[in-house]
Design a protein around this ligand. Structure first.
Ligand code: ATP
Ligand code: MG
Length: 244
């Protein structure tokens, strides 16, 4: 089954017939922000449903009319898909609800607290960092990325805190990379994804991410303009630190 072909209506039907697992909050390092979190076992594997409440938006100071947390997570998924960044497939069921494929990887916080340290892949970190910068991500702590310990790549999840009017904040993995891989900070990097992200045209950006708020649009275009001269992870960190 190619999950890409499943519509959100088909996903709804699938979950109606599926087996629900106990709450994730017992097993995962959830900070308990999202009102509803459910895991379903289906014939196509496990799916993770998140439903936000109005209170969640008040707590996070997010204006529902500009874009809910669920919509923002979906926009981030759409951009990741366009760029070819490997993230769990995600559907928007309604304004407050997303469903995504549950991947069998621990998040980096779980892995480093229970197994061993995380090893990072330079190109993968560069690509994720460019994506987090462009999307204006402000919540990339180490339980918001999974760790594929076989390929030693990270997989971004829970990208809901994005496309706001403020700039992105330094992701946890970049802070870690800076301390652990000093000799790689100035390495020039040029990947298929970095080329693609730098070459998005303003008009195409507006078509890809249809923001309703003018200040958020302006902030997105500013981040897009500032990304062009980023060739190393050091350049990337400087972007977050507003030093470039
Ligand atoms: N697609 C996924 N595959 C595997 N694990 C996931 C996936 N999505 C989330 N998780 C796990 O579930 C945890 C909680 O999910 P998520 O970060 O999306 O929710 P949240 O909005 O942060 O919830 P809360 O604010 O309540 O912590 C993650 O930290 C991670 O451990
Ligand atoms: Mg989270």
């Amino acid at each position: 089954m190619n999950l890409k072909t499943l519509t959100s209506t088909a996903i709804k039907k699938l979950l109606d017939k599926a087996e629900r697992y106990p709450l994730t909050t017992i097993n995962y390092p959830s900070r308990g922000q999202t009102a509803v979190q459910e895991i379903y076992q289906t014939k196509y594997g496990k799916f993770f449903l998140k439903r936000n409440s109005k209170q969640n938006h008040i707590d996070c100071q997010i204006d529902i009319d500009s874009g809910t947390l669920a919509e923002r997570e979906f926009w981030a998924f759409q951009l990741a898909e366009h760029l070819g960044l490997d993230v769990p497939r995600l559907w928007l069921l309604d304004k407050m609800t997303t469903v995504q494929v549950w991947l069998d990887y621990p998040d980096a916080k779980q892995y480093s607290s229970t197994q061993e340290r995380v090893f990072l892949n330079t190109q993968n970190v560069f690509e994720c960092g460019l994506f987090d910068w462009l999307t204006g991500q402000i919540d990339r702590h180490n339980a918001n990325y999974l760790y594929d310990y076989v390929s030693q790549k990270i997989i971004l999840i829970d990208s809901a805190h994005c496309f706001l009017k403020h700039s992105a904040s330094l992701p946890h993995y970049l802070e870690f990379f800076e301390g652990a891989y000093t000799q790689l900070l100035s390495l020039k990097l040029n990947t298929k994804l970095s080329q693609k992200i730098k070459s998005i045209k303003p008009k195409q950006l507006d078509q890809l991410i249809v923001l309703r708020n003018e200040d958020e649009k302006k902030a997105l275009h500013f981040r897009m303009d500032s990304i062009k001269k980023t060739h190393t992870i050091s350049d990337l960190i400087n972007l977050y630190r507003r030093k470039s």
